[in-house]
Design a protein around this ligand. Structure first.
Ligand code: ZN
Ligand code: ZN
Length: 203
């Protein structure tokens, strides 16, 4: 390595590490705001275990992993959301999710953990791969792929609108960019062919 190259290398290293520190600081502030807005109470152990599995399979490094929180009834998202990710913090609507199947809880967690991966230093959620066009679609499809269980993917497919559906709810979900039932069933069929099942469905 020439002298100039070493200088450039050191300079770049300093720039990158100070950038990382800035985003870490921003994230800390934004995370505190998110906790104040959506709730700071830890979710039940089941959700921490589902998150641990999703963090591993989606690829969230240890230092970025957070404790899953309960979505507070005071949160503006409480009345309609099963879960949400804000500034990299994940909140679950426990009373709602307790009525759902394990497959739904598991797929919800993979979706939210994927949103965590999509969160930038300013707390904004963007597509990692722009060809997905909408972060919700990418979180649904990449979450289902990472979940690697055809029964879980089928459960998510059943909850998502058909591309042909014209109900108000379906049109709203499609406008918000969620994956269609048809897109998810393609993944489910591939997973079925390879016999992919999660530990809950292997039992
Ligand atoms: Zn989402
Ligand atoms: Zn499963």
């Amino acid at each position: 390595m020439s002298y100039t190259k070493i200088i450039v290398h050191i300079f770049l290293t300093i720039c990158i590490s100070s950038l990382a520190q800035t985003s870490l600081y921003l994230n800390h502030e934004l995370q505190n705001q998110a906790l104040a807005r959506h709730g700071s109470q830890d979710a039940d152990q089941e959700y921490q275990e589902l998150a641990e599995e999703a963090f591993n399979d989606v690829g969230i490094p240890g230092e970025e992993r957070t404790t899953i929180k309960q979505l507070s009834p005071l949160s503006i998202d409480y009345t309609y959301a099963a879960a949400c990710t804000c500034a990299g913090q994940i909140f679950v609507n426990q009373p709602y999710l307790q009525q759902c199947s394990t497959a739904s809880r598991r797929m919800t967690m993979f979706h939210e953990v994927f949103h965590k991966l999509q969160t930038d230093a300013n707390g904004k959620i963007n597509c990692i791969n722009p060809t997905y066009q909408h972060p919700e679609k990418e979180a649904d499809l990449k979450g289902a792929l990472a979940g690697n269980c055809y029964k879980c993917t089928r459960a998510l497919a059943a909850a998502r609108p058909s591309k042909k559906s014209t109900t108000t709810k379906a049109l709203r979900e499609l406008a918000n960019g969620y994956a269609t039932r048809e897109e998810l069933l393609v993944i489910a069929a591939q997973q079925k062919a390879s016999g992919a099942l999660c530990k809950y469905h292997k039992k």
